[in-house]
Design a protein around this ligand. Sequence first.
Ligand SMILES: Cc1cc2nc3c(=O)[nH]c(=O)nc-3n(C[C@H](O)[C@H](O)[C@H](O)COP(=O)(O)OP(=O)(O)OC[C@H]3O[C@@H](n4cnc5c(N)ncnc54)[C@H](O)[C@@H]3O)c2cc1C
Length: 448
Amino acid sequence: MATPAQNAAPRTAANAAENVAENVAENVAENVAENVAENAPGIPARSEASQTPQDATPELAAFREETRAWLTQHCPAEMRRPMTSEDDVCWGGRQFKFSSAAQQQWLQTMAARGWTVPSWPTAYGGGGLSGEQAKILALEMRSLQCRAPLQSFGIWMLGPALLKFGSEAQKLEHLPKIARGEIRWCQGYSEPNAGSDLASLATKAEDCGDHFIVNGQKIWTSYADQADWIFCLVRTDSAKKHTGISFVLFDMASAGVSTRPILLISGKSPFCETFFDNVRVDKANLIGQQGAGWDVAKHLLAHEREMIGSIGDRAAAKPLGQQAVAAIGLDASGRLADPMLRAQIAEFEADEAAFRLAMERAGDLGRARQGHPAMSSMLKYYGAELNKRRWELMMAVGGANALEWESERSRSGAVARTWLRTKANSIEGGTSEVQLNIIAKRILELPN
Ligand SMILES: Cc1cc2nc3c(=O)[nH]c(=O)nc-3n(C[C@H](O)[C@H](O)[C@H](O)COP(=O)(O)OP(=O)(O)OC[C@H]3O[C@@H](n4cnc5c(N)ncnc54)[C@H](O)[C@@H]3O)c2cc1C
Protein backbone atom coordinates (compact mmCIF):
# COMPACT_ATOMS: atom_id res chain seq x y z
CA MET A 1 0.00 0.00 0.00
CA ALA A 2 1.37 3.42 -0.90
CA THR A 3 1.78 5.75 2.04
CA PRO A 4 0.10 9.16 2.07
CA ALA A 5 3.53 10.72 1.64
CA GLN A 6 4.16 8.69 -1.49
CA ASN A 7 0.84 9.72 -2.86
CA ALA A 8 1.59 13.33 -2.16
CA ALA A 9 4.78 13.16 -4.23
CA PRO A 10 4.96 15.52 -7.20
CA ARG A 11 2.44 14.26 -9.66
CA THR A 12 3.90 13.56 -13.00
CA ALA A 13 3.37 11.41 -16.04
CA ALA A 14 2.27 8.31 -14.17
CA ASN A 15 -0.57 10.21 -12.62
CA ALA A 16 -1.06 12.24 -15.72
CA ALA A 17 -1.36 8.97 -17.59
CA GLU A 18 -4.07 7.93 -15.15
CA ASN A 19 -5.87 11.03 -16.15
CA VAL A 20 -5.09 10.75 -19.87
CA ALA A 21 -6.64 13.44 -21.91
CA GLU A 22 -10.11 11.94 -21.67
CA ASN A 23 -10.22 13.04 -18.05
CA VAL A 24 -10.74 16.66 -18.96
CA ALA A 25 -14.41 17.11 -19.49
CA GLU A 26 -14.23 19.46 -22.41
CA ASN A 27 -12.18 16.89 -24.26
CA VAL A 28 -15.31 14.84 -24.72
CA ALA A 29 -15.98 16.98 -27.73
CA GLU A 30 -12.56 16.00 -29.01
CA ASN A 31 -13.53 12.36 -28.77
CA VAL A 32 -16.68 13.14 -30.67
CA ALA A 33 -14.73 14.68 -33.50
CA GLU A 34 -12.13 11.96 -33.53
CA ASN A 35 -14.78 9.33 -33.94
CA VAL A 36 -16.26 11.03 -36.95
CA ALA A 37 -13.25 10.20 -39.11
CA GLU A 38 -13.12 6.61 -40.35
CA ASN A 39 -9.97 4.52 -40.06
CA ALA A 40 -7.63 5.63 -42.79
CA PRO A 41 -6.08 3.03 -45.07
CA GLY A 42 -2.38 2.37 -44.97
CA ILE A 43 -1.65 3.86 -41.54
CA PRO A 44 -1.87 1.42 -38.64
CA ALA A 45 -4.02 2.50 -35.70
CA ARG A 46 -1.78 3.29 -32.73
CA SER A 47 -3.12 0.34 -30.74
CA GLU A 48 -2.10 -2.05 -33.54
CA ALA A 49 1.33 -0.52 -33.77
CA SER A 50 2.06 -0.54 -30.04
CA GLN A 51 3.65 -3.47 -28.20
CA THR A 52 3.04 -4.72 -24.67
CA PRO A 53 5.74 -2.91 -22.67
CA GLN A 54 8.47 -4.90 -20.98
CA ASP A 55 7.81 -4.89 -17.23
CA ALA A 56 10.68 -4.38 -14.81
CA THR A 57 9.88 -7.37 -12.59
CA PRO A 58 7.93 -10.65 -12.89
CA GLU A 59 5.54 -9.29 -10.22
CA LEU A 60 4.70 -6.29 -12.38
CA ALA A 61 4.26 -8.52 -15.43
CA ALA A 62 1.84 -10.66 -13.41
CA PHE A 63 0.04 -7.56 -12.22
CA ARG A 64 -0.36 -6.46 -15.83
CA GLU A 65 -1.85 -9.82 -16.81
CA GLU A 66 -4.25 -9.85 -13.86
CA THR A 67 -5.26 -6.26 -14.48
CA ARG A 68 -5.96 -6.87 -18.15
CA ALA A 69 -8.05 -9.95 -17.32
CA TRP A 70 -9.97 -8.10 -14.61
CA LEU A 71 -10.69 -5.10 -16.82
CA THR A 72 -11.77 -7.34 -19.69
CA GLN A 73 -14.17 -9.14 -17.38
CA HIS A 74 -15.57 -6.14 -15.51
CA CYS A 75 -15.63 -3.18 -17.86
CA PRO A 76 -19.05 -3.07 -19.56
CA ALA A 77 -18.87 -3.05 -23.37
CA GLU A 78 -20.58 0.37 -23.42
CA MET A 79 -17.76 1.78 -21.31
CA ARG A 80 -15.20 0.62 -23.89
CA ARG A 81 -16.71 2.67 -26.67
CA PRO A 82 -15.49 6.20 -27.37
CA MET A 83 -17.57 8.92 -25.79
CA THR A 84 -20.01 10.62 -28.09
CA SER A 85 -21.43 13.40 -25.93
CA GLU A 86 -20.83 15.21 -22.67
CA ASP A 87 -23.46 12.97 -21.08
CA ASP A 88 -20.90 10.18 -21.33
CA VAL A 89 -18.67 11.92 -18.80
CA CYS A 90 -19.22 10.74 -15.25
CA TRP A 91 -18.59 13.59 -12.81
CA GLY A 92 -20.38 12.04 -9.84
CA GLY A 93 -21.81 14.17 -7.06
CA ARG A 94 -25.17 14.71 -5.42
CA GLN A 95 -26.77 16.26 -8.51
CA PHE A 96 -25.30 13.85 -11.08
CA LYS A 97 -27.64 11.80 -13.25
CA PHE A 98 -26.06 8.70 -14.77
CA SER A 99 -26.60 8.51 -18.52
CA SER A 100 -26.80 4.70 -18.46
CA ALA A 101 -26.83 1.73 -16.10
CA ALA A 102 -23.40 0.78 -17.50
CA GLN A 103 -21.94 4.15 -16.53
CA GLN A 104 -23.19 3.73 -12.95
CA GLN A 105 -22.05 0.12 -12.77
CA TRP A 106 -18.56 1.00 -14.04
CA LEU A 107 -18.15 3.71 -11.41
CA GLN A 108 -19.34 1.44 -8.62
CA THR A 109 -17.17 -1.48 -9.73
CA MET A 110 -14.03 0.63 -10.03
CA ALA A 111 -14.72 2.51 -6.79
CA ALA A 112 -15.21 -0.76 -4.91
CA ARG A 113 -11.73 -1.84 -6.05
CA GLY A 114 -10.25 1.56 -5.20
CA TRP A 115 -9.37 2.12 -8.84
CA THR A 116 -11.00 5.51 -9.28
CA VAL A 117 -7.92 6.66 -7.30
CA PRO A 118 -5.53 3.72 -7.77
CA SER A 119 -2.54 5.10 -5.88
CA TRP A 120 -4.36 6.56 -2.88
CA PRO A 121 -4.14 4.50 0.32
CA THR A 122 -6.93 1.95 0.77
CA ALA A 123 -7.91 3.62 4.08
CA TYR A 124 -9.11 6.61 2.05
CA GLY A 125 -10.92 4.66 -0.66
CA GLY A 126 -7.92 4.18 -2.95
CA GLY A 127 -6.40 1.09 -4.51
CA GLY A 128 -3.10 1.27 -2.61
CA LEU A 129 -1.17 0.66 -5.84
CA SER A 130 2.49 1.59 -6.25
CA GLY A 131 3.41 4.16 -8.89
CA GLU A 132 4.47 1.39 -11.29
CA GLN A 133 1.23 -0.53 -10.77
CA ALA A 134 -0.88 2.59 -11.25
CA LYS A 135 0.94 3.30 -14.49
CA ILE A 136 0.29 -0.25 -15.71
CA LEU A 137 -3.40 0.09 -14.84
CA ALA A 138 -3.60 3.36 -16.77
CA LEU A 139 -1.87 1.88 -19.80
CA GLU A 140 -4.04 -1.26 -19.77
CA MET A 141 -7.18 0.88 -19.51
CA ARG A 142 -5.93 2.89 -22.44
CA SER A 143 -5.14 -0.15 -24.53
CA LEU A 144 -8.54 -1.75 -23.81
CA GLN A 145 -10.16 1.66 -24.39
CA CYS A 146 -11.86 1.61 -21.00
CA ARG A 147 -13.33 4.97 -20.11
CA ALA A 148 -12.21 6.70 -16.94
CA PRO A 149 -14.96 5.75 -14.46
CA LEU A 150 -14.96 9.18 -12.83
CA GLN A 151 -13.79 12.70 -13.69
CA SER A 152 -13.26 14.85 -10.70
CA PHE A 153 -11.59 17.99 -9.41
CA GLY A 154 -11.56 16.09 -6.12
CA ILE A 155 -9.30 13.44 -7.64
CA TRP A 156 -7.08 15.73 -9.69
CA MET A 157 -6.68 18.65 -7.30
CA LEU A 158 -8.16 18.53 -3.80
CA GLY A 159 -7.25 14.91 -3.06
CA PRO A 160 -3.47 15.38 -3.45
CA ALA A 161 -3.65 18.55 -1.32
CA LEU A 162 -5.61 16.77 1.43
CA LEU A 163 -3.20 13.83 1.38
CA LYS A 164 -0.34 16.24 2.09
CA PHE A 165 -1.92 18.91 4.29
CA GLY A 166 -5.18 17.47 5.68
CA SER A 167 -5.61 16.14 9.22
CA GLU A 168 -6.45 12.46 9.58
CA ALA A 169 -10.07 13.38 10.34
CA GLN A 170 -10.27 15.57 7.22
CA LYS A 171 -8.80 12.82 5.05
CA LEU A 172 -11.22 10.24 6.39
CA GLU A 173 -14.13 12.64 5.96
CA HIS A 174 -13.48 13.79 2.41
CA LEU A 175 -11.23 11.39 0.48
CA PRO A 176 -13.51 8.30 0.42
CA LYS A 177 -16.41 10.45 -0.83
CA ILE A 178 -14.18 11.75 -3.63
CA ALA A 179 -13.08 8.19 -4.47
CA ARG A 180 -16.69 6.98 -4.65
CA GLY A 181 -17.81 9.99 -6.68
CA GLU A 182 -20.31 11.05 -4.03
CA ILE A 183 -19.25 14.69 -3.77
CA ARG A 184 -18.37 16.93 -6.70
CA TRP A 185 -15.91 19.75 -5.99
CA CYS A 186 -15.22 23.12 -7.55
CA GLN A 187 -12.21 25.42 -7.20
CA GLY A 188 -12.61 28.87 -5.66
CA TYR A 189 -9.29 30.52 -6.46
CA SER A 190 -9.63 33.32 -9.06
CA GLU A 191 -11.29 36.63 -8.31
CA PRO A 192 -12.06 39.62 -10.57
CA ASN A 193 -8.78 41.26 -9.46
CA ALA A 194 -6.76 38.17 -8.65
CA GLY A 195 -5.95 35.79 -11.52
CA SER A 196 -2.27 35.51 -12.39
CA ASP A 197 -1.57 37.52 -9.26
CA LEU A 198 -3.63 35.10 -7.21
CA ALA A 199 -2.18 36.21 -3.88
CA SER A 200 -4.03 39.53 -4.28
CA LEU A 201 -7.28 37.75 -3.52
CA ALA A 202 -9.67 39.68 -1.29
CA THR A 203 -12.47 37.28 -0.32
CA LYS A 204 -12.54 37.84 3.42
CA ALA A 205 -12.90 35.23 6.14
CA GLU A 206 -13.56 36.83 9.49
CA ASP A 207 -12.31 34.78 12.43
CA CYS A 208 -15.25 34.14 14.79
CA GLY A 209 -13.65 31.65 17.17
CA ASP A 210 -14.79 28.20 16.08
CA HIS A 211 -15.86 29.37 12.63
CA PHE A 212 -15.23 31.94 9.88
CA ILE A 213 -17.73 34.24 8.19
CA VAL A 214 -16.84 34.47 4.50
CA ASN A 215 -17.72 37.40 2.22
CA GLY A 216 -16.55 38.09 -1.33
CA GLN A 217 -16.61 36.95 -4.93
CA LYS A 218 -14.85 34.33 -7.04
CA ILE A 219 -14.87 34.19 -10.83
CA TRP A 220 -14.33 31.55 -13.55
CA THR A 221 -15.39 28.89 -11.04
CA SER A 222 -15.71 25.84 -13.30
CA TYR A 223 -18.98 23.94 -12.73
CA ALA A 224 -19.77 25.93 -9.57
CA ASP A 225 -23.46 25.55 -10.36
CA GLN A 226 -23.11 21.75 -10.42
CA ALA A 227 -20.65 21.26 -7.57
CA ASP A 228 -21.54 20.11 -4.06
CA TRP A 229 -18.54 21.56 -2.22
CA ILE A 230 -15.86 24.15 -2.92
CA PHE A 231 -12.18 24.33 -1.98
CA CYS A 232 -11.61 27.99 -1.52
CA LEU A 233 -8.84 30.50 -0.86
CA VAL A 234 -9.83 33.22 1.59
CA ARG A 235 -8.07 36.13 3.23
CA THR A 236 -7.81 35.78 7.00
CA ASP A 237 -5.30 38.62 7.43
CA SER A 238 -5.45 41.79 5.34
CA ALA A 239 -2.10 43.07 6.57
CA LYS A 240 -0.12 40.23 5.00
CA LYS A 241 -0.22 39.13 1.35
CA HIS A 242 0.81 35.47 1.02
CA THR A 243 0.71 34.62 4.73
CA GLY A 244 -2.74 36.16 5.12
CA ILE A 245 -4.37 33.46 2.98
CA SER A 246 -6.16 30.37 4.30
CA PHE A 247 -7.51 27.30 2.52
CA VAL A 248 -11.05 26.27 3.50
CA LEU A 249 -13.71 23.82 2.35
CA PHE A 250 -17.44 24.36 2.45
CA ASP A 251 -20.73 23.07 1.13
CA MET A 252 -22.09 24.98 -1.87
CA ALA A 253 -25.55 24.50 -0.35
CA SER A 254 -24.53 26.69 2.64
CA ALA A 255 -26.68 29.77 3.25
CA GLY A 256 -25.19 32.80 1.46
CA VAL A 257 -23.58 30.97 -1.52
CA SER A 258 -24.89 31.85 -4.99
CA THR A 259 -23.62 31.33 -8.55
CA ARG A 260 -24.18 33.02 -11.92
CA PRO A 261 -23.12 31.17 -15.11
CA ILE A 262 -20.79 32.88 -17.63
CA LEU A 263 -21.36 32.20 -21.34
CA LEU A 264 -18.31 31.43 -23.53
CA ILE A 265 -17.65 31.97 -27.26
CA SER A 266 -18.08 28.21 -27.73
CA GLY A 267 -21.75 28.74 -26.79
CA LYS A 268 -21.28 26.75 -23.61
CA SER A 269 -21.23 27.88 -20.04
CA PRO A 270 -18.93 25.69 -17.98
CA PHE A 271 -18.15 28.26 -15.34
CA CYS A 272 -19.65 30.85 -13.05
CA GLU A 273 -19.25 33.89 -10.94
CA THR A 274 -19.59 32.72 -7.35
CA PHE A 275 -20.74 34.98 -4.51
CA PHE A 276 -20.38 34.54 -0.75
CA ASP A 277 -22.61 36.56 1.52
CA ASN A 278 -21.93 35.89 5.22
CA VAL A 279 -21.22 32.20 4.67
CA ARG A 280 -20.44 30.31 7.88
CA VAL A 281 -17.47 27.91 7.61
CA ASP A 282 -16.55 25.74 10.58
CA LYS A 283 -12.86 25.76 11.46
CA ALA A 284 -12.93 21.97 11.20
CA ASN A 285 -12.83 22.70 7.45
CA LEU A 286 -9.65 24.78 7.54
CA ILE A 287 -6.89 22.81 5.76
CA GLY A 288 -3.44 23.33 7.27
CA GLN A 289 -2.77 26.27 9.55
CA GLN A 290 -4.64 29.56 9.43
CA GLY A 291 -2.55 31.89 7.24
CA ALA A 292 -0.68 28.99 5.61
CA GLY A 293 -3.19 28.41 2.79
CA TRP A 294 -0.74 29.61 0.12
CA ASP A 295 1.37 26.46 0.56
CA VAL A 296 -1.71 24.28 0.11
CA ALA A 297 -2.77 26.39 -2.88
CA LYS A 298 0.61 26.01 -4.61
CA HIS A 299 0.70 22.25 -4.07
CA LEU A 300 -2.78 21.91 -5.53
CA LEU A 301 -1.87 24.14 -8.49
CA ALA A 302 1.06 21.89 -9.41
CA HIS A 303 -1.36 18.97 -9.67
CA GLU A 304 -3.86 21.04 -11.63
CA ARG A 305 -1.16 22.10 -14.09
CA GLU A 306 0.03 18.56 -14.70
CA MET A 307 -3.55 17.47 -15.24
CA ILE A 308 -4.11 20.25 -17.77
CA GLY A 309 -0.75 19.51 -19.41
CA SER A 310 -1.87 15.93 -19.98
CA ILE A 311 -4.33 17.17 -22.60
CA GLY A 312 -1.27 17.46 -24.84
CA ASP A 313 -1.00 13.67 -24.76
CA ARG A 314 -3.66 12.17 -26.97
CA ALA A 315 -2.14 8.74 -27.34
CA ALA A 316 -5.53 7.06 -27.00
CA ALA A 317 -7.03 9.05 -29.84
CA LYS A 318 -6.83 8.36 -33.52
CA PRO A 319 -3.65 10.01 -34.87
CA LEU A 320 -4.21 13.29 -36.64
CA GLY A 321 -2.60 11.92 -39.81
CA GLN A 322 -5.24 9.20 -40.06
CA GLN A 323 -8.00 11.71 -39.58
CA ALA A 324 -6.54 13.93 -42.28
CA VAL A 325 -6.32 11.02 -44.72
CA ALA A 326 -9.95 10.13 -44.02
CA ALA A 327 -11.03 13.70 -44.70
CA ILE A 328 -8.70 14.71 -47.55
CA GLY A 329 -7.57 11.45 -49.16
CA LEU A 330 -4.25 10.22 -50.57
CA ASP A 331 -2.25 11.40 -53.57
CA ALA A 332 -1.00 9.09 -56.35
CA SER A 333 2.00 8.03 -54.27
CA GLY A 334 -0.16 7.11 -51.27
CA ARG A 335 0.61 10.18 -49.15
CA LEU A 336 -1.77 12.72 -47.66
CA ALA A 337 -3.00 14.69 -50.65
CA ASP A 338 -2.27 18.15 -49.18
CA PRO A 339 1.56 18.57 -48.97
CA MET A 340 1.48 21.64 -46.73
CA LEU A 341 -0.81 19.97 -44.23
CA ARG A 342 1.23 16.78 -44.49
CA ALA A 343 4.35 18.63 -43.34
CA GLN A 344 2.50 20.39 -40.52
CA ILE A 345 0.94 17.17 -39.28
CA ALA A 346 4.25 15.31 -39.45
CA GLU A 347 5.87 18.03 -37.36
CA PHE A 348 2.97 18.00 -34.92
CA GLU A 349 3.01 14.23 -34.51
CA ALA A 350 6.77 14.24 -33.88
CA ASP A 351 6.30 16.91 -31.19
CA GLU A 352 3.38 14.98 -29.73
CA ALA A 353 5.46 11.80 -29.49
CA ALA A 354 8.32 13.74 -27.86
CA PHE A 355 5.90 15.28 -25.36
CA ARG A 356 4.53 11.85 -24.47
CA LEU A 357 8.06 10.68 -23.72
CA ALA A 358 8.74 13.85 -21.71
CA MET A 359 5.60 13.12 -19.65
CA GLU A 360 6.76 9.59 -19.05
CA ARG A 361 10.22 10.77 -18.07
CA ALA A 362 8.74 13.32 -15.69
CA GLY A 363 6.66 10.52 -14.15
CA ASP A 364 9.69 8.33 -13.63
CA LEU A 365 11.63 11.24 -12.10
CA GLY A 366 8.69 11.96 -9.79
CA ARG A 367 8.57 8.35 -8.62
CA ALA A 368 12.32 8.47 -7.99
CA ARG A 369 11.76 11.73 -6.06
CA GLN A 370 14.03 13.57 -8.47
CA GLY A 371 11.35 15.70 -10.14
CA HIS A 372 11.84 19.45 -10.29
CA PRO A 373 9.06 21.34 -8.45
CA ALA A 374 8.51 23.57 -11.49
CA MET A 375 8.17 20.60 -13.88
CA SER A 376 4.38 21.01 -13.72
CA SER A 377 4.73 24.46 -15.35
CA MET A 378 6.75 22.95 -18.19
CA LEU A 379 4.19 20.20 -18.81
CA LYS A 380 1.29 22.62 -18.50
CA TYR A 381 2.82 25.09 -20.92
CA TYR A 382 3.77 22.58 -23.59
CA GLY A 383 0.67 20.38 -23.25
CA ALA A 384 -1.67 23.37 -23.53
CA GLU A 385 0.11 24.83 -26.54
CA LEU A 386 0.25 21.41 -28.22
CA ASN A 387 -3.46 20.89 -27.78
CA LYS A 388 -4.15 24.30 -29.30
CA ARG A 389 -1.99 23.35 -32.30
CA ARG A 390 -3.82 20.04 -32.63
CA TRP A 391 -7.14 21.82 -32.94
CA GLU A 392 -5.84 24.41 -35.39
CA LEU A 393 -4.84 21.42 -37.55
CA MET A 394 -8.19 19.73 -36.97
CA MET A 395 -9.85 22.85 -38.34
CA ALA A 396 -7.50 22.83 -41.33
CA VAL A 397 -8.24 19.15 -41.93
CA GLY A 398 -11.99 19.81 -41.81
CA GLY A 399 -11.81 22.79 -44.20
CA ALA A 400 -15.04 24.77 -44.59
CA ASN A 401 -17.02 21.86 -43.11
CA ALA A 402 -15.23 22.35 -39.81
CA LEU A 403 -16.92 25.73 -39.47
CA GLU A 404 -20.34 24.10 -39.27
CA TRP A 405 -21.94 25.18 -36.00
CA GLU A 406 -25.33 23.50 -35.84
CA SER A 407 -26.18 20.26 -37.57
CA GLU A 408 -26.53 16.57 -36.92
CA ARG A 409 -23.71 15.86 -39.36
CA SER A 410 -21.20 17.93 -37.38
CA ARG A 411 -22.68 16.87 -34.03
CA SER A 412 -23.57 20.48 -33.30
CA GLY A 413 -20.25 21.83 -34.48
CA ALA A 414 -18.18 19.59 -32.23
CA VAL A 415 -14.89 20.42 -33.96
CA ALA A 416 -15.39 24.19 -34.07
CA ARG A 417 -16.61 24.35 -30.48
CA THR A 418 -13.68 22.30 -29.24
CA TRP A 419 -11.25 24.42 -31.25
CA LEU A 420 -12.66 27.51 -29.54
CA ARG A 421 -12.53 25.78 -26.18
CA THR A 422 -8.83 25.01 -26.60
CA LYS A 423 -8.11 28.75 -26.66
CA ALA A 424 -8.67 28.61 -22.90
CA ASN A 425 -6.06 25.86 -22.38
CA SER A 426 -3.30 28.45 -22.19
CA ILE A 427 -5.28 30.52 -19.64
CA GLU A 428 -6.82 28.01 -17.21
CA GLY A 429 -4.65 26.83 -14.35
CA GLY A 430 -2.25 29.74 -14.95
CA THR A 431 -1.51 31.37 -18.31
CA SER A 432 1.26 30.31 -20.69
CA GLU A 433 3.07 33.62 -20.06
CA VAL A 434 3.09 32.97 -16.34
CA GLN A 435 4.32 29.38 -16.83
CA LEU A 436 7.15 30.71 -19.01
CA ASN A 437 8.08 33.15 -16.23
CA ILE A 438 8.22 30.26 -13.75
CA ILE A 439 10.31 28.11 -16.11
CA ALA A 440 12.70 31.01 -16.76
CA LYS A 441 13.13 31.71 -13.07
CA ARG A 442 13.02 28.32 -11.43
CA ILE A 443 14.27 25.88 -14.06
CA LEU A 444 16.57 28.02 -16.23
CA GLU A 445 17.49 30.23 -13.24
CA LEU A 446 17.52 33.35 -15.41
CA PRO A 447 17.76 36.70 -13.62
CA ASN A 448 14.55 38.70 -12.96
C1 LIG B 1 -11.55 27.43 -18.97
C2 LIG B 1 -11.16 28.07 -17.68
C3 LIG B 1 -11.50 27.46 -16.49
C4 LIG B 1 -11.16 28.05 -15.28
N1 LIG B 1 -11.56 27.46 -14.11
C5 LIG B 1 -11.27 28.05 -12.94
C6 LIG B 1 -11.76 27.48 -11.72
O1 LIG B 1 -12.44 26.46 -11.71
N2 LIG B 1 -11.47 28.12 -10.58
C7 LIG B 1 -10.72 29.26 -10.54
O2 LIG B 1 -10.46 29.77 -9.45
N3 LIG B 1 -10.25 29.83 -11.67
C8 LIG B 1 -10.52 29.25 -12.86
N4 LIG B 1 -10.07 29.82 -14.03
C9 LIG B 1 -9.35 31.10 -13.96
C10 LIG B 1 -7.89 31.03 -14.34
O3 LIG B 1 -7.13 30.45 -13.31
C11 LIG B 1 -7.44 32.47 -14.64
O4 LIG B 1 -8.16 32.91 -15.78
C12 LIG B 1 -5.96 32.57 -14.92
O5 LIG B 1 -5.22 32.31 -13.76
C13 LIG B 1 -5.56 33.96 -15.47
O6 LIG B 1 -6.06 34.98 -14.67
P1 LIG B 1 -6.90 36.18 -15.29
O7 LIG B 1 -7.98 35.60 -16.15
O8 LIG B 1 -7.31 37.08 -14.18
O9 LIG B 1 -5.91 36.94 -16.27
P2 LIG B 1 -4.83 38.04 -15.86
O10 LIG B 1 -4.06 37.56 -14.69
O11 LIG B 1 -5.52 39.36 -15.74
O12 LIG B 1 -3.90 38.04 -17.12
C14 LIG B 1 -4.20 38.78 -18.30
C15 LIG B 1 -3.03 38.65 -19.28
O13 LIG B 1 -1.85 39.21 -18.69
C16 LIG B 1 -0.79 38.26 -18.70
N5 LIG B 1 0.01 38.37 -17.49
C17 LIG B 1 -0.44 38.54 -16.22
N6 LIG B 1 0.60 38.58 -15.36
C18 LIG B 1 1.74 38.43 -16.09
C19 LIG B 1 3.12 38.37 -15.79
N7 LIG B 1 3.56 38.49 -14.54
N8 LIG B 1 4.00 38.20 -16.81
C20 LIG B 1 3.58 38.10 -18.08
N9 LIG B 1 2.26 38.13 -18.44
C21 LIG B 1 1.35 38.30 -17.46
C22 LIG B 1 -1.47 36.91 -18.73
O14 LIG B 1 -0.63 35.92 -19.27
C23 LIG B 1 -2.69 37.20 -19.60
O15 LIG B 1 -2.34 37.11 -20.96
C24 LIG B 1 -10.41 29.25 -15.25
C25 LIG B 1 -10.05 29.88 -16.47
C26 LIG B 1 -10.42 29.29 -17.65
C27 LIG B 1 -10.05 30.00 -18.93
